[in-house]
Design a protein around this ligand. Sequence first.
Ligand code: GLU
Length: 369
Amino acid sequence: MPQKIVVKIGTSSLTQPETGLLALSTIATLAETLSHLRCLGHGVILVSSGAVGVGCARLGLTERPKAIALKQAVAAVGQGRLMRVYDDLFSILQQPIAQVLLTRSDLVQRSRYLNVYNTFQELLELGVIPVVNENDTVAVEELKFGDNDTLSALVASLVEADWLFLLTDVDRLYSADPRSVPNAQPIALVSNIKELAELQVQTGTQGSQWGTGGMVTKISAARIATAAGIRTVITDGKNPRNIVKILHGESIGTYFEPRPEPTSARKRWIAYGLVPAGKLSLDEGAVVAISQAGRSLLATGITAVEGEFDPQDAVQLCDKSGSEIARGLVNYSSADLQKIRGRHSREISAILGYEGAETVIHRDNLVLT
Ligand code: GLU
């Protein structure tokens, strides 16, 4: 059966570690593999990093720039070079490709989100492989995907992909960073991401010298994708042909099982498309009510309000320890919530002087994360 497959490759796999120059054989094998998958009838999307890395190599810079304007300028140099290489290779294989550059704000507005969805649908129907990256040259710091692991998970969720492959510079997830801990244990299967916390998997936040990711961003990408019902695999970027073997059932890399009951498209947009404008801290009763009983959030369970937001903005909901447990769309502004937090619903109209909603976040607008 034709599948929708999103493949993300990082800068560490696309470039040679010593020089930062392109790893041509890897890129060529990737192009062959993805073209092959297209020939088998699958829909394929490539999320490729490398704009900044390739730009650095082109300009002879010896390290990834930190200053934002310089990084954005370097990305503008590198993105064009990168697409040129992809287009040459895919053209030899008679596979059309397209460049899709996204910013975080493209997903915030629901109409733009749906528009991006429609564009991907058309491209896949045309048999094109979209090559996606963050639009690094115009993205502003407060509104960035930040890393392409997250971007690829959001794209996979947006297009309702069957598979997400995160290609990286280690062959799979380990119980600790195998680059520094020699007896780190490989992990082949993750049935539930919460298990990882129990296994005390220590994930390096450090990516390579040139990329921005690391295992932490891969695991959070897997969390987003598996919640959307997408099979997710972390595997070695130097062997792109493994993708075909994995699709045939071979156990290579780390496989994250999808959640059996994926969240709806609208709830996924609330949880991951929107950028939270504030944070609500909840007492234990409220945490249990929303996470175990599927209830709406009431003012009485809110202990603290952070940030400035308006009704219908997205906020994070956190437990006593500050860990996020859910996101949702609020019915009240932050200013009003400061006045009614901890209070009973029947007191709200007297405090605010108007008849507001009974719930602070209705359960239809609330997503566990
Ligand atoms: N968008 C960045 C680039 O193309 C990479 C982000 C990442 O490394 O995840 O250079």
